[in-house]
Write a protein that binds this ligand. Structure first.
Ligand code: PRP
Ligand code: URA
Length: 212
């Protein structure tokens, strides 16, 4: 059972429209990349809604005032390679001072379990509020594995930004990491026998990079 207290589908006409373009099999890498980046930016707006703000004294051309700016922990964006890379620029458009780390995982084609091949994180990652991004939450193994790696390094505040989620992946992630809020653009129907999301959008990494 999905717990909707920590799983949010960001419901917006522009996101729906852009995601439909990404799903279409005739959409090429150029448009796929552009839509992924734009959706990531729109979703980042929602995901960061609860960032703390602090007062700051400023002076406008007319008068002094107490304004507000984002306070609290600094942000880090951690894409899961490869497909998560396509979300970084969109998020950075809204939070340009965020640091970026990378986690490399691929799914073993037979077991569908994630295999780790790269990890490079900001040196002060344990002090940061982390956004993990990956367009696909299928079995949930990759996202869960990436979050394990971050927690082992002391990270305490993590949110996951994905595009298309399968119920199986949401349930797995909520069981493994109940403290992690998940933001998705759509909740799809199920996984097929190859652990691909149905209807999904196919292999996000290959479509983004043009490798198939
Ligand atoms: C895809 C996707 C996720 C993962 C999701 O990556 O980008 O990382 O699969 O599947 P899961 O929830 O079952 O773990 P893939 O392993 O195909 O690597 P790629 O991005 O390099 O193509
Ligand atoms: N990875 C993808 O890229 N797509 C899926 O549907 C499942 C895993």
């Amino acid at each position: 059972m999905i717990d909707y207290k920590t799983f949010h589908v960001v419901d917006h006409p522009l996101i729906k429209h852009k995601l439909s373009i990404m799903r279409m099999k005739e959409t090429g890498s150029k448009d796929f990349r552009q839509m992924l980046s734009e959706i990531a930016m729109l979703m980042c707006y929602e995901l960061t809604r609860d960032l703390p703000v602090e007062d700051v004294e400023i002076e406008t051309p007319v008068a002094k005032m107490t304004a507000q700016r984002v306070g609290g922990k600094k942000l880090a964006i951690i894409p899961i390679l490869r497909a998560g890379l396509g979300m970084v620029d969109g998020i950075l458009t809204l939070v340009p001072v965020a640091k970026v780390g990378h986690i490399g995982l691929y799914r073993d084609p037979d077991t569908h379990n994630p295999v780790e091949y790269y990890c490079k994180l900001p040196f002060d990652i344990e002090e940061r509020y982390v956004i993990v991004c990956d367009p696909m939450l299928a079995t949930g193994g990759s996202a869960s594995g990436a979050i394990d790696m971050l927690k082992k390094r002391g990270v305490k505040q993590i949110k996951l930004l994905c595009l298309v989620a399968a119920p199986e992946g949401v349930e797995r992630l909520q069981a493994d990491h109940p403290d992690v809020e998940i933001f998705a653009a759509a909740l799809d129907d199920h996984l097929n026998e190859s652990a691909y999301i149905v209807p999904g959008l196919g292999d996000a990494g290959d479509r983004l990079c043009g490798t198939k």
